[in-house]
Design a protein around this ligand. Structure first.
Ligand code: TMP
Length: 205
């Protein structure tokens, strides 16, 4: 595959979407063909699964059901959207991917990592992000920002401890895979974050 696969990660309210859009504009201005997408979602089926799993009206969801729905959406997304875009040489910018599942469903909900590994084998088709930008902010600050931004969805309503565990998983990923998972200080101004992300991109491409 000749394209580049970049993901944006972090807990709620850290500014992933802003960085994703800013980086997309900067790369398009340099002549790159960019696909902006998100998880769960990115396909017709994925967006339906997203609406179902994030709806507050849904009430409690069994953690295993949540895990499987995230991966069902991902399987469709990889097959229908991400793989063809990479094959066409595009830069794929994806708001969240499997690192979120590891942080939220394994860290937050406590599901075993071994289950995740099996699902990765089933759905990724050998695909790993080339770069994952982890936007990091203390949990209180991030949740404060998220609250001001929009009405919380079902998962955003989780406890502070849930997000502390998720943040810890991101921290561990960044130290285990420093080549792929790049920590960015989400307290920086949006323009500074775009410049930092562009610099990492330039070094890799
Ligand atoms: P967001 O992308 O707008 O932040 O909303 C997506 C929500 O779904 C967010 O609360 C994180 C959650 N999520 C998971 O719990 N597991 C996953 O694998 C993914 C992709 C998202």
């Amino acid at each position: 595959m000749s394209g580049i696969f970049i993901t944006f990660e972090g807990i709620e309210g850290v500014g992933k979407s802003t960085l994703q859009k800013g980086l997309a504009e900067a790369l398009e201005a340099q002549g790159y063909s960019v696909l902006l997408t998100r998880e769960p979602g990115g396909t017709k089926l994925g967006e339906k699964l997203r609406a179902a799993i994030l709806s507050k009206e849904q009430g409690a969801v069994a953690p295993v059901a949540e895990l499987l729905i995230m991966f069902a959406a991902r399987a469709q997304h990889v097959e229908e959207c991400i793989k063809p875009a990479l094959a066409a040489g595009k830069v794929v910018l994806c708001d969240r991917f499997t690192d979120t599942t590891r942080a939220y469903q394994c860290g937050g909900r406590g599901l075993p990592d071994a289950w995740l590994e099996q699902l990765i084998e089933m759905t990724h088709c050998g695909l790993t992000p080339d770069i994952s930008f982890w936007l990091d902010l203390p949990v209180d600050e991030a949740l404060g920002r998220a609250k001001n931004r929009s009405e919380a969805d079902r998962i955003e309503q989780e406890t502070k401890d849930f997000f502390e565990r998720a943040r810890e998983v991101y921290r561990n990923l960044a130290s285990a895979e420093p080549q792929r998972v790049i920590r960015l200080d989400a307290a920086s101004l949006p323009q500074a974050l775009i410049q930092q992300a562009l610099e990492v991109f330039r070094q890799r491409v």
